[in-house]
Design a protein around this ligand. Structure first.
Ligand code: PBG
Length: 326
């Protein structure tokens, strides 16, 4: 006998424990990476208006936050720097004593066991807000590569585990891999923001990092939102260049890209549940229009179901708590 009435899929949905047993995608805190914004100083914990619940932290506060994350079972952080000064080339990005480098040293010392990743990009550090060196009104790809390599190397010297270039310059993985290997940092991994789209979903992050471009936009280097197939070329090239893991960003509006990447590449795959995705949930929840907890967990489940091995998310801490409460 086939089909109804012998076949009834509702039988296994009857009890909570039955549903637990047959769940195909399980969300666990060990898939989360928490983004932290760090700036120089001490005792600083400033809430970011556009990202309620997310703060700019001084290195000591970032250590305290990291210890909380460890206690919640979250295995990794990714650090973004808020510089003290900006200039044409973004030179604070590779300063040994800057906030990111200082935080890497301290977190590795005081919260050992936590994986520390760093965003490698110049946009937070440049006065014009672009991700590289600007020449004649354009971001010069090849002139930017040595600066990215230098930035990654300064993070490696501070003890970082994973560097994550987010600039979308061609050839940055090769440039960074060479620089790391030449200096004896062959075990530092590269998580490439391989398929990063020119997205309006980064709006709240740019407010947090004060990194909105002062002229033009990023469409000359980040990907066109219509180009799902080109994303596969970007990923393939970054893997050829030596990326250890690759990322699709943003997540929610690009789940098809994530799914296709999962199907084609048997490599660790990350997704970035970006600031705009988080801010939309927060804003609607604050008005009582949606249930934050259920929506956030449903979104994170969808990202994992689409194929992500791990997810960078501003909901990491809350989601870990909610999952623990069950
Ligand atoms: C670049 C970078 C950005 C984000 C991560 N790395 C901003 C951009 O490309 O404009 C966005 C992350 C988010 O929106 O949460 N350093």
């Amino acid at each position: 006998m086939t089909g109804f009435p012998s076949v009834r899929l509702r039988r296994l949905r009857r009890l909570p424990a039955l549903r637990d047993l047959v769940r195909q995608t399980r969300l666990t805190p060990d898939r989360f990476v928490a983004p932290l914004f760090v700036r120089a100083g001490a005792g600083l914990r400033e809430e970011i208006t556009s990202l309620p619940g997310v703060h700019r932290l001084s290195p000591d506060e970032a250590v305290a936050e990291s210890q909380e994350l460890v206690d919640l079972g979250i295995p990794a952080v990714i650090l973004f720097g808020i510089p003290e000064k900006k200039d044409e080339v973004g030179s604070e990005a590779w300063e040994e004593g800057a906030a990111v480098q200082e935080t890497v040293r301290r977190v590795k010392r005081e919260a050992p066991g936590l994986v520390v990743a760093t965003d490698v990009c110049l946009d937070e550090y440049t006065s014009h807000g672009h991700c590289g060196v600007v020449r004649d009104g354009e971001v010069d790809n090849d002139a930017t590569l040595p600066l990215l390599a230098r930035t990654a190397l300064s993070h490696a010297r501070a003890g970082v585990d994973v560097v994550a270039p987010s600039d979308m310059m061609d050839g940055r993985v090769t440039a960074i891999r060479r620089a790391l290997d030449d200096d004896g940092y062959g075990s530092v991994a590269i998580l490439s923001y391989a398929a990063k789209f020119a997205s309006a979903f980064y709006g709240p992050f740019r407010e947090a990092a004060d990194s909105a471009p002062k002229f033009g936009d990023r469409r000359g280097y980040q990907m066109d939102p219509g180009n799902g197939r080109e994303a596969m070329r970007e990923i393939a090239l970054d893997l050829e260049e030596g990326a250890d893991a690759v990322m699709v960003k943003p997540a929610l509006a690009y789940l098809d890209v994530l799914r296709e990447a999962r199907r084609r590449f048997d490599v660790p795959l990350a997704a970035y549940n970006v600031s705009g995705e988080y801010a939309m949930v927060k804003a609607a929840a604050a008005r009582g229009w949606i249930e934050e907890r259920r929506i956030a967990l449903e979104i994170l489940t969808s990202i994992v179901r689409a194929g992500a091995d791990f997810v960078l998310t501003y909901h990491a801490k809350d989601a870990a708590r909610w999952l623990r409460e069950g």
